[in-house]
Ligand binder design. Sequence first.
Ligand SMILES: [Zn+2]
Ligand SMILES: [Zn+2]
Length: 332
Amino acid sequence: MSIVTERPVKKPTRSHNLDVQSRQSLQVQSEDSHLDAAPLSQKIVMTIAVIGPFLGFALAIILAWQFGWMSWLYFSLMIGGWLISGLGITVGFHRMLTHRSFETYEWVRVAWAGLGSLAIEGPPLAWCAVHRKHHQHSDKEGDPHSPHLHGKGWRNAVRGFIHAHTGWLFSKTWSDKSLKKYVPDLMNSPGIAGISRNYVWWVIASFAIPAAIGGLVTMSWLGVFLGFLWGGLARVFFTHHATWSINSICHIFGSKDFEAGDDSRNNLVFGILGHGEGWHNNHHAFPTSARHGLKWWQVDLSWIIIKSMEKAGLVWDVRTPTTKAMEAKKVA
Ligand SMILES: [Zn+2]
Ligand SMILES: [Zn+2]
């Protein structure tokens, strides 16, 4: 599986050269197994990242139930944060950085990469490297988070699902030094490399911003706490599981409209909850398409945002598959 475009690039550009560079980097075969255990430090960080938001969400529900500590303010912080940081992942990390499905100004790239970093799914360089590796090996040995590599039978199917959803975070994928071979183009961008280097500050900001808004609006410490709980932990909980479901659910459940060479599926629920990323079979068939919901009814919020940016003159060279390309890969 290649991340490069399905349609010929008309003129050689800087980004074209980078595409070639990325393609060459994808030829590098990784030696690690998708099941190798991670170092202890990574396991600790991932345990906090997986359990923390869940506990925060559970506490938020209990406090709302017991004391009525919930209001439109905290609900808006959670939904608004989920939309902003989630789109940072889908438009920024995924369609813009990983697949280069459109071109834009450097400041726009940095802004989207910053919003994606607020989702606490890892620094942009690591996130994009892991995802390029996923496309290179999709559902085959070497795929960091395929649900299909654990053998036959329902027990192994369950193991595969857990691995694809969160288990892979505890494999050595994240700490694999060879990951940088997947993102030479992004490492050359001072803005993107800078955000990755200073990622910890984006993590802090991701929680400090909703806490500060909660405190300033209510002028209370309780507002700070509930802003942190709903706009921080609960919002990260939803964003994480929406993204992880693309790796797990959208490689198992849904329709297969195109021949993509893997088990990716189109799934309406995560088309909505994943800001358009649930049209995952479309995406694997046409990885560099900026549009994942290829039919008019396949709701794709990220595509609406990209199309709006194009109309505003903020992005250009927006890639979508031709009718001929779609016909060629259509499942009969
Ligand atoms: Zn996939
Ligand atoms: Zn992708």
